[in-house]
Design a protein around this ligand. Structure first.
Ligand code: ACO
Length: 332
């Protein structure tokens, strides 16, 4: 019991005598009322675990996702394209930082998360295990991969955990710019020479399937959805988000003069949705189990970067300690 001024605050006492079941009911009522959950509030242990799992996978995806694009900065076809791609890759690093910080509010530190990535214990998005073979692949990543990410993340921005949902708002703004730069690259190639058009079509052929898959397994196979949706961590299911991505992307392909590589693709006048053929879920599971075209390279590149950056981290810590000592001696 706390005495605040002349009034007595019974809240800590009430919380102390609530059972876990009562707390869970109160927590669920907050979620159902659309209230945000903030770091120091009580939360079920599995809510915390689900968030750490999802946010850290997301953070790792942003960091690993820099690799296939970083590979093209020095080869981008003009100074303008280099500058734009450089800025985009830097944005992705920033997204990783916001997301690691959001995960840290749940009581896990960044080094532990990094170790989980480097030892292969943590997942990152399947999509970043594919190679970037031509300049058009950079267009396809911005248009399709960032396009899918935006549809997923505008949904996550409505999620229940305050720090994660707020990070999504800023990330989505930046992703919109990434998406447009990608579509612009594809549109220009598709309307350029015959060879450029073929390059754009080839990139679309290779990235379409993995982009459909990256939005997660079908609802029937999604093991985490019952919890992540009960707690509004995800406010829409994988299939709903996937359909929105398809509906928004097919007309863009048509406008650019490109063909979606799916012979079963058709528009349903009644539902007003584009319908696709079967998704290759075998490929998806192969990739997330570590057997995609670039899984080994992505992981070894991150491990090498961690090792090579060790002296920079040590120097930064030593400098911060020195500055702290200086500030403390001025204050004393
Ligand atoms: N790549 C790798 N693993 C995936 C992918 C994917 N594209 N999609 C799903 N999985 C994994 C899940 O992590 C889960 O594995 P786990 O239980 O070992 O963690 C398993 O497949 C089953 O999936 P679901 O039960 O459907 O998982 P969930 O409810 O978390 O939904 C989703 C998956 C939609 C990807 C969700 O985690 C999410 O929205 N994550 C945040 C966004 C994100 O990580 N985006 C990455 C790309 S960011 C970018 O493009 C820069």
């Amino acid at each position: 019991m706390l005495k605040v001024g002349n009034t007595v605050n019974f809240t800590p006492l009430i919380c102390a005598i609530m059972t876990t079941e009562e707390r869970e009911i109160e927590f669920q009522a907050k979620i159902d009322n659309g209230q945000k959950i903030e770091p120091k509030e009580w939360m079920p242990e599995n809510y915390r675990k689900q968030l750490i799992r999802m946010i850290s996978q997301h953070a790792h995806s942003e960091i690993v996702g820099m690799l296939p694009e970083g590979n093209w900065i020095s080869r981008a076809p003009s100074l303008r394209r280099k500058a734009v791609l450089l800025a985009k890759v830097q944005d992705e690093a920033g997204h990783g930082l916001y997301l690691y910080s959001a995960a840290e509010t749940l009581g896990i530190d960044r080094q532990t998360l990094t170790d989980q990535l480097l030892t292969g214990k943590a997942k990152y998005s399947s999509i970043f295990n594919y190679p970037t073979l031509s300049w058009a692949d950079i267009g396809a990543i911005g248009w399709l991969v960032d396009g899918a990410a935006i549809v997923n993340q505008t949904m996550l921005a409505r999620g229940s955990y305050g720090p994660y949902s707020r990070a999504m708002v800023r990330i989505c703004k930046e992703e919109s710019f990434h998406n447009r730069q990608g579509y612009e690259i594809m549109y220009e190639l598709a309307n350029g020479t015959e060879a450029q058009k073929q390059m754009a079509q080839d990139a679309l052929n290779r990235w379409w399937g993995p982009s459909i898959q990256m939005l997660g397994p079908s609802d029937a196979a999604s093991i985490n959805s019952s919890e992540t949706m009960k707690w509004n961590i995800k406010v829409e299911s994988n299939d709903v988000v996937r359909q929105r991505f398809i509906d928004r992307t097919v007309p863009q392909a048509i406008a650019a003069g490109l063909t979606i590589p799916d012979p079963d693709l058709k528009y349903n006048d009644e539902t007003e949705h584009w319908e696709i053929g079967p998704v290759d879920w075998n490929e998806f599971y192969r990739v997330i189990k570590g057997h995609g075209p670039c899984n080994k390279k992505r992981l070894s590149d991150r491990q090498r970067a961690e090792k090579e950056g060790e002296w920079v981290r040590e120097a930064a810590i030593a400098y911060a300690e020195k500055q702290n000592k200086k500030m403390n001696s001025i204050a004393a």
